[in-house]
Design a protein around this ligand. Structure first.
Ligand code: HBI
Ligand code: FE
Length: 278
């Protein structure tokens, strides 16, 4: 199962579930048990309910069975891809309610970190939220928006929306801040850091603000954005005309990653100690 595997024009490949070794399944189960123990009280209820509904605790899930469950819940499917796929291909899948998931699993010496999205990140991280009807619509809207952003030449801005919501988003609840981002829930270190560490800024979500804020792909985030609710995120995304927004952004500078703006709703003014030391 290598990156060179022949793929269709939409980049999908057979998952080859039968091809996983006992060690591959054991890696999944190790990661599953570690994260499942950490996430109650940290991940949002929508994520935790999704994780329970999918019943994926015992080895790498078979995408055929996973898609059957997901189709019945929200009309989404999971399709296998060899790793990162071109942006237009990725957005086209999302716009059609197909989530492309890497079919390979990390090696045992990569339990804590790897750069490419593997089956654990993609399925454990992303798929539980796709059982939520509101989030399911948000992901589809993002796929459609991605295709439009490419036409406007503003994909680098829109990619920040994906990053700070789908991958690293936090949600305000009456019980406190909760995680819904896949990059956090699939990471042992970041599922603690994102909520508990005094280092990062935690700022109320604003679409304009997020589109102007760069991100880091190689370490814990320096800023997390907190949404008020999943429906509010969906509403703002589908009811915003991005064309004038993109025009505006072309003439505005990026906001430095750790900056606090006058108009920010600040949950945590972080020390940035972690970023300074790494
Ligand atoms: N491909 N498989 C996969 N997974 C991703 O998360 C992904 C991708 N291709 C492009 C991409 N993400 C991002 O560049 C977009 O979100 C902008
Ligand atoms: Fe991801």
């Amino acid at each position: 199962m290598s990156i060179d595997t022949a793929h269709a024009p939409d980049w999908t490949i057979p998952q080859d579930w039968e091809g996983y070794t006992a060690a591959d399944h054991a890696t999944w189960t190790t990661l599953y048990e570690r994260q499942a123990a950490l996430l109650p009280g940290r991940a949002c209820n929508e994520y935790l309910a999704g994780l329970r509904a999918l019943d994926i605790s015992r080895g790498i899930p078979d995408f055929r069975l996973l898609s059957d469950k997901l189709l019945a819940l929200t009309g989404w499917q999971v399709v296998a891809v060899p790793g990162l796929v071109p942006e237009d291909i990725f957005f086209d899948h999302l716009a059609n309610r197909r989530f492309p998931a890497g079919n390979f699993i990390r090696r045992p010496d990569q339990l804590d970190y790897l750069e490419e999205p593997d089956v654990f990140h993609d399925v454990f991280g992303h798929v539980p939220m796709l059982t939520d009807p509101v989030f399911a619509d948000y992901m589809q809207a993002y796929g459609r928006g991605g295709l439009r952003a490419m036409q406007f030449g503003r994909l680098p801005n829109l990619a920040r929306l994906y990053w700070y919501t789908v991958e690293f988003g936090l949600l305000r609840t009456d019980a406190g801040l909760r995680i819904y981002g896949a990059g956090i829930v699939s990471s042992g270190g970041e599922s603690r850091f994102a909520l508990d560490d005094p280092s990062p800024n935690r700022i109320g979500f604003s679409l304009r603000r997020v589109l102007r804020t760069p991100y880091r792909i190689d370490d814990f985030q320096q800023v997390y954005f907190v949404i008020e609710s999943l429906p509010a995120l969906l509403d703002e995304t589908v009811n915003t005309d991005f064309a004038p927004l993109y025009e505006e952004l072309a003439n505005l500078p990026d906001i430095p990653i750790a900056a606090i703006e006058q108009t920010d709703h600040v949950y945590t003014h972080g020390t940035q100690h972690y970023a300074a030391a790494h």
